[in-house]
Design a protein around this ligand. Structure first.
Ligand code: PTT
Ligand code: SF4
Length: 610
């Protein structure tokens, strides 16, 4: 195989064994890498019904055939497992030197199973694989642990780590790296913690074999040269993802006070201009010449790398309009390994429950000290954090009363920073996202708010969601490549099959890419259906109850909310276009058409297939 290393490092922490195994060309071609490879491995090897926090669960670090080549934005990887937060397929995408080093160690993925009897970290340097003691790092935050690992193994090494939240199996625990990169929102950090795995360190120096190295070099050279020439580049460098803040405020879609309002009175203090004015430096992923992490000095005098999601979920969503304090909450999340989106939802939910007298906690909107305390409690799973840190869905069920209608999640994963009271297309995107509510697969909101049909539930909404899911959730998550050059600058999609061919020798048209994306989506669905069995229903594809039940309270769109019947009809249209049945499960014919006949036979053991 060219382009792919064709090898997976298997680590069994219970037995303390490691082994490098090949995987087939057929799997590489059908599933490409990243999310595709991860879901195929989970489908084949994870026993149905496995406890996500048990030793059987497989924690997968997966790169793709694009990763680490000297081509634009190729420094990312996917972290996947069965999610303890949702009970279904979970993954996240992180930009880190760990991705590029892993590929240069001659492997495409690492699969970690079992559970170490005491805290350990994994060390991989080319062909050398070691499991080292991490007792002295356990209980330390991710910054302290990373500093120690880089001192020991060299500053240029690549790391993946958890903070205390992962150790304590908080359901907002993510995996972090380089003091500002994070990936694995569906509690991938808790899976890592459940294995007593504090970190993984990679140091690779091998050449990755490419099918046409000269062509790839040429494509990389022209690609990097093209990026700064896009018209949108200067604005992108100025505000990065923060550009979404003013856009969402204008559209009444900025999550405010636990997704009750779509506008925030302090927007000018927390928008792109405000972050730009406070920026002291920029950070980013490897192999990128459009780096986008804007770093400010927070209220405690420390550096904090901000993105739109972080600022909004820890700002307007908890009623906090002080950028430096938001920066502090964000940096604490990075240190503790807490996902800012989950944590911001958890705090907003706690504040609303407190306001309505549903919990015995005095925490008011905008209460910086209260939010900070709750972050630490969630990471330690102590005090009120022991409840809120279970994830808003489970916490709400335990609280009872109207609490479940205040928990902003789909399939158990908290919604990212887009309010959809008046965005049915984006609500469908959250509802049908393969990992629970995440904007990464189909960020259709920017199209929807300017479409002229914003409030409609027509079939074009389902078309748009599917189109984006194919591009973003399919192509970008399997290759694995950052999607920002395309979505933010206008980098041509047609370039990616060229990279694929030069790297692997495999010719794919964009239509082939979309079909591959559909295959990955169908298998992810099959995984959910297999794990949930008869408990699976189309209600799993619903967005949060709040968007149907309580209208927006502020702004130009106050009084508006989603219509449940219309949403349900739109969901049926989406299913039909995907070739899924009325429960949202791919039909036998669809699976056959996507070369998943064997997988369909296996799935039929758990749910009846149409
Ligand atoms: C992603 C989610 C996001 S999406 C953000 S900001 W964003 C939050 N970032 C967090 C953070 O930081 N610290 C923290 N403790 N928790 C955080 N949680 C939130 O996690 C990130 C960029 C961004 S910034 C985005 S949109 C794009 N995401 C991509 C993607 O998903 N796929 C892809 N092929 N390319 C992407 N490019 C962009 O990468 P999750 P990163 Mg992230 C401080 O992982 O689980 O998907 O959640 O990886 O290296 O930090 O780059 O406005
Ligand atoms: Fe990473 Fe931003 Fe560059 Fe994408 S654009 S690779 S998220 S630094």
């Amino acid at each position: 195989m060219k382009g792919w290393n064709g090898k997976i490092l298997r680590v069994d922490l219970t037995k303390r064994t490691t082994e490098v195994t090949p995987y087939s060309e057929d799997i590489a071609k059908r599933f490409i890498g990243g999310r595709g490879l991860a879901v195929k491995l989970l489908w084949e090897e994870l026993p149905q019904g496995a406890d996500p926090l048990g030793s059987e669960n497989m924690l997968i670090f997966a790169t793709g055939p694009y990763t680490a080549f000297n081509i634009p934005n190729s420094g990312k990887m996917v972290i996947a497992a069965k999610s303890p937060l949702t009970g279904g397929y979970g993954d996240g995408n992180i930009g880190t030197r760990a991705a590029t080093h892993m590929r240069k160690c001659g492997i495409d993925a690492v699969v970690v199973t079992g559970k170490a009897d005491k805290p350990v970290y994994l060390y991989v340097e080319d062909d050398k694989v070691e499991i080292y003691d991490a007792g002295h790092l356990w209980g330390k935050d991710s910054y302290v642990a990373e500093d120690w690992l880089l001192d020991k193994h060299g500053k240029a090494s690549g790391t993946l780590l958890i903070g205390q939240s992962g150790e304590n199996k908080c359901m907002y625990a993510t995996v972090v790296s380089q003091k500002g990169r994070a990936g694995g929102r569906p509690a991938m950090g808790a899976v890592m913690g459940s294995k007593n795995l504090k970190a993984a360190v990679f140091k690779g120096s091998k050449e990755i074999p490419a099918a046409d190295p000269e062509k790839l070099k040429e494509l990389g050279r022209t690609g990097f040269a093209k990026i700064p020439k896009f018209d949108a580049f200067p604005y992108w460098k100025k505000v990065g993802t923060m550009m979404a803040a003013d856009m969402m405020q204008t559209a009444s879609a900025l999550p405010t006070r636990n997704f009750s309002e779509g506008v925030f009175e302090h927007i000018d203090k927390v928008n792109g201009d405000a972050v730009h004015a406070a920026t002291v430096t920029q950070r980013g992923c490897p192999n990128c010449n459009m780096i986008c992490g804007n770093t400010i000095i927070d209220s405690e005098g420390k550096e904090s790398e901000l993105d739109y999601e972080n600022v909004t979920m820890l700002g307007s969503n908890i009623g906090l309009g002080n950028l430096k304090q938001i920066g502090t909450l964000n940096r604490i999340c990075d240190e503790l390994g807490l996902d800012t989106i989950g944590a911001g939802n958890g705090i907003g939910f706690a504040m609303e429950c407190s306001e309505k007298g549903l919990i015995d906690l005095d925490i008011k909107w905008g209460d910086f000290e209260g939010a900070k305390k709750l972050l630490y409690e969630m990471a330690m799973m102590e005090g009120h954090g022991a409840l809120i840190g279970l994830g808003t869905k489970v916490a709400a069920e335990k609280i009872g009363g109207i609490a479940p209608s205040l928990a902003i999640h789909a399939k158990g994963l908290e919604v990212s920073a887009y309010d959809c009271h008046v965005c049915p297309g984006m609500a469908l995107s959250f509802g049908t996202s393969p990992i629970g509510a995440h904007h990464k697969d189909a960020w259709v909101i920017s199209w929807e708010i300017s479409s002229g049909i914003r409030e409609e539930y027509g079939p074009e909404k389902a078309d748009k969601v599917i189109e984006f899911q194919r591009i973003r959730g399919g192509m970008f998550e399997t290759l694995v490549s950052c999607r920002f050059p395309w979505i933010e600058l206008g980098y041509e999609l047609e370039e990616y099959p060229l990279y694929m061919e030069a790297a692997t020798g495999v010719k794919m048209t964009l239509d082939d890419m979309w079909k591959m994306g559909d295959r990955v989506y169908a298998l992810v669905r099959a995984f959910w259906a297999r794990e949930y069995g008869e408990k699976w229903s189309r209600l799993m594809d619903y967005p949060p109850e709040k968007w149907f039940k309580y209208p927006l309270t502020e702004g130009a769109l106050a009084g508006k909310k989603l219509d449940k019947d219309k949403y349900d009809k739109l969901l049926s249209v989406y299913y039909e276009k995907r070739g899924w049945d009325e429960r949202g499960i791919p039909t036998k014919a669809t699976m056959k058409d996507l070369d998943l006949s064997e997988e369909a036979k296996q799935l039929a053991k758990y749910v009846e297939l149409e």
